[in-house]
Design a protein around this ligand. Structure first.
Ligand code: SF4
Length: 62
């Protein structure tokens, strides 16, 4: 799994950070930041769920 996110469209909702803090964080402006672009399989479902729940669909999972 490879995770990326678009800071330009991120609405600074923090949802993904609350859901999977091992993978998502926020920069000084509050925009999403990826801590682990290749998370372990134990986090894959949580990451997919966070991507589905992002209000601006700013999270990409490949
Ligand atoms: S859930 Fe989406 S809009 Fe909210 S902080 Fe994460 S990437 Fe940004």
């Amino acid at each position: 799994m490879r995770v990326s996110a678009d800071k330009e469209t991120c609405a600074v909702s923090s949802l993904c950070v609350y859901r999977v803090p091992e993978v998502f964080d926020q920069d000084d402006d509050g925009a999403v930041e990826i801590l682990d672009t290749e998370p372990p399989s134990s986090l894959h479902e949580a990451v997919r769920s966070a991507a589905r729940s992002c209000p601006t669909q700013s999270i990409r999972v490949e």
